[in-house]
Design a binder for this molecule. Structure first.
Ligand code: GLU
Ligand code: MG
Length: 437
């Protein structure tokens, strides 16, 4: 057997549970597999994060192919034990995108935005995670000691990220116990979303090789901080010129940006089950956790679902290029492709219907009465996965964007996940998710 025969390549999909699953094949079959893929099964889409199988309309029927996208191939580790991984698309046997393939859905959302408005998305995912089962030291928030604890694996992680399509941006010891944050530089179109998948895979892999374990779970302890995924957005035209900024707007937003954000905020309650999809996600989405509790746009306010971010550039061209906003309601129990697709579909809807966002806030909305909130166009976001699923279920808009069958299958998937949690308290639920994400 040649070395090429002995080496395996793993083709991966990020599924409805937000987990990476897939199959491998010998490296010698690369060309053939890039054309035909490996066999895949429709009902796999209903495997929950707990590995139970939720109600599936497919039963034991049907066949699909998980087909590598050759440009996404990257390596985990080096030397003995290294593994090549490639991201794939789930296709029908006739080669069409499968309507439940998360990556295909995200690409469709991007194509729609581009075809309708000539805009491409430039985005970056900011990830927070915590180390599992390590002693907690006080005084470590943003601390040098905590940073030094992680420096060896962090440098290895950034080096491995740099060998993929990810370009590492920053790394820091975050506020929470054993909490760290790692960010990629922005990338265009689907590559940015692929990079979120690659970053999670690599973080888990590199840290385990260094004897520590990471959890991206939305919240590890009901009483403590959450782990967010903040997605930064900006837009460029086909000529590469930035489309996000307009100096004449008091907050710097172009009309395209304003309407995109308007669409996202108007539908946020309906898409939340795709952005924050675990039972415990809703412990994180509460006021004063610097996550997202209302459908508000914040100007440099970290307690907003969508935040207009500050820019460090000084000249007008550089400001226009750097100007971006972030969606803060997302967590890592969501497939990056589904969360991203939901935001882009909602944003496109906002542009098409010229939806204006509510005026940017710079205040604590949890102090307002429900009457005052309603008067100013704000809604408290769903406060449980059950509530978020009910909003998704009733959303004609989301059914139009994702397809009604997809929405039904997704809801059945999540109900299967909830069933597994019955009878457990919140700490017990957090402990289960901690081991999975
Ligand atoms: N940990 C916060 C969250 O759950 C975010 C803190 C911050 O980086 O602003 O989203
Ligand atoms: Mg952070």
């Amino acid at each position: 057997m040649s070395t090429a025969d002995a080496n395996m390549i793993f083709v991966a999909t990020s599924d409805l549970a937000g987990l990476v699953r897939g199959k491998s094949f010998p490296a010698s079959e690369w060309e053939k597999r890039c054309e035909r893929g490996v066999g895949w099964t429709p009902t796999n889409v209903q495997i929950t994060c707990f590995d139970t199988i939720a109600d599936s309309p497919f039963g034991s029927l049907g066949d699909l192919a998980l087909v590598p996208d050759s440009g996404t191939r990257f390596q985990l580790g080096q030397g003995a034990g290294a593994l090549d991984v490639v991201l794939g698309d789930i296709q029908t046997l006739e080669g069409a995108p499968w309507e439940y393939c998360t990556r295909a859905i995200a690409k469709r959302a991007l194509t729609e935005l581009h075809d309708l408005f000539g805009a491409s998305v430039v985005s970056a995912f900011e990830h927070e995670f915590q180390l599992k089962d390590v002693p907690v030291r006080a005084g470590d928030s943003f601390g040098l000691k905590g940073f030094r604890d992680g420096q060896v694996w962090a440098e290895a992680l950034l080096a491995e990220l740099a060998r993929t399509s990810c370009k590492p941006d920053t790394f820091m010891k975050e506020y929470g116990p054993s909490q760290y944050e790692v960010t990629n530089k922005p990338a265009q179109d689907i590559t940015a979303v692929d990079n979120a998948v690659i970053l999670r895979i690599l973080t888990d892999d590199v840290l385990r090789r260094h004897g520590v374990a990471a959890s991206f779970s939305p919240i590890l302890d009901p009483e403590s901080v959450g782990n967010g995924v903040h997605i930064h957005f900006s837009f460029v035209g086909d000529d590469g010129e930035p489309l996000t900024h307009d100096a004449s707007d008091p907050h710097g937003m172009s009309t395209l940006t304003r309407h995109f954000i308007g669409g996202v905020l108007e539908h946020l309650d309906q898409i939340l089950a795709l952005l924050a999809p675990s039972a415990i996600s809703y412990l994180r989405l509460t006021p004063h956790r610097w996550s997202a509790a209302f459908n508000n746009l914040g100007y440099r306010d970290r307690e907003a679902s969508v935040r207009i971010c500050p820019v460090s550039a000084r000249d007008s061209d550089a400001i226009a290029r750097q100007f971006n906003f972030e969606v803060r309601a997302v967590d890592a129990a969501a497939s990056p492709y589904l969360a991203f697709a939901a935001i882009v579909f909602a944003g496109s809807h906002g542009i098409r219907h010229q939806i204006e966002p509510p005026a940017p806030t710079q205040e604590d909305l949890s102090l307002l009465s429900s009457d005052e909130l309603a008067k100013r166009g704000f809604k408290r976001l769903p406060q449980s996965l059950e509530q978020a699923l009910a909003a998704l279920d009733g959303s004609k808009a989301v059914r139009d964007w994702f397809g009604s069958d997809f929405v039904d299958v997704y809801i059945a998937h999540k109900k299967g996940e909830l069933q597994h949690l019955e009878g457990r308290d919140w700490t017990g639920k957090c402990n289960l998710y901690k081991e999975i994400y």
